[in-house]
Design a protein around this ligand. Sequence first.
Ligand code: UFG
Length: 322
Amino acid sequence: MRVLVTGGAGYIGSVVSARLLAEGHQVVIVDDLSTGHADAVPKAAEFHQLSIAALDPVLGDWAIDAVIHFAAKSLVGESVDEPAQYWRNNVVGTVALLDSLRAHGVPRIVFSSSAATYGHSDQQPIREDTPARPGNPYGASKLAIDLALADYARAYGLAATSLRYFNVAGALIDAAGDSYGERHATETHLIPNALRAAAGQGPALSLFGTDYPTPDGTCVRDYIHVRDLADAHLLALRAGVPGEHQIVNLGSGAGSSVREVLATVGDVTGRQVPVNEAARRAGDPPVLVASNEYAASLLGWRPTLDLTAMITDAWRFEQRGR
Ligand code: UFG
C-alpha cells in the first residue's frame, strides 16, 4: 500500500513508518515538526513539512491507499491549561483531514486514539464498551475524533479503526542500525524520565503519589512495547471494513505499578533510580489496564514483548541519543 502517515516525525509515528517500510509499503509522511524531529523520519519515506489541515491542495496528487493518523498535541497537563490548542489542532485539524480524504477518495484510516478517552473507570480491565468519560481535554479531543470517525464511516463509507493505546514504551532499532524512540522536548512519561534519572542525565524521578488504593500505593498502568503497537497498526490497515468504525484497545492486559517499573529500570540499567516521593499528579487514575480480547479476535493481535524488553530498548535508545 501507499500509506500516508501524519505525525510520522514523532515517537510512535516514526516507529510505525519504519515498520511499514520494512514490510514493503510506500510511506508518505506529513508532519509540521511542531513537536516531531526531521531526523526521526525514516530515510526511505517521502516527507512533507505540512499541517494536516493543509493537505487538500496536494493530497489528490499522492495516490494514497490508506492513512495512519498520529499528528496531535498529546500532553495531558498542557491540555488542561490550553484546551483551545487541543480542540483546534486535534479535533478541527482532524475534521479537515477527513474532509480531504473524502474529497480525494482515500478509503481507509487508522487513528491513534488513547486510553485517555476512558478517564477514571471502576471497571478493570477496560473493554471497548466501558463508558468513555475523559478526564481532560486531551482525552476529550481523542474521543471527539473517535465519534467523528464513526459518523464519517457510516455516512461516507470510510473504513475507520481507532486504536486506543494504553502506556506505550520502548524503541525500535532496525536492521540498518537506525533507531526510533521517545524524544519529547517536554518529557512527562515515567520510563524516559526514570532512565534519565538513572543515567544522571536528569533530575531525581518525582514519584507522583504513594497513597493510591493499589497493592504498593503507586499507580498501576498497562505498558505496551511500541514494536507490538506497530504490528497492531499494520494488522488494522488490512482489517478495516468500508462503512464501519472499530474501536480497539491496545495493552498487555496486565498492570505494573510505578514502583515495579522503577525496579525494572534498576535491573536493566544496573543503577538505582534516584527518587523523590511527591504528591499525586492531578488527573492520574489509580489503575488503567486494558482488556485486549477484542484486539485478539478482530486483528489476531497479541503483545509479545514484556516490560523488561521495553525498558531495555528504551535504555539502548537513550544511550545512543537517537
Ligand atoms: N509518573 C511519575 N513520575 C513521572 C512520570 C510519571 O510518578 O515523572 C507516574 C504517573 O503519575 C503515572 C505513571 O507514572 O502514575 C505513568 O505516567 P505516564 O506519564 O508515563 O503515563 P500516563 O499513564 O499518565 O499517560 C498515558 C499516556 C497518555 C494518556 C494517559 C491516559 O502517555 O497519553 O496514559 O491516562 F493520556
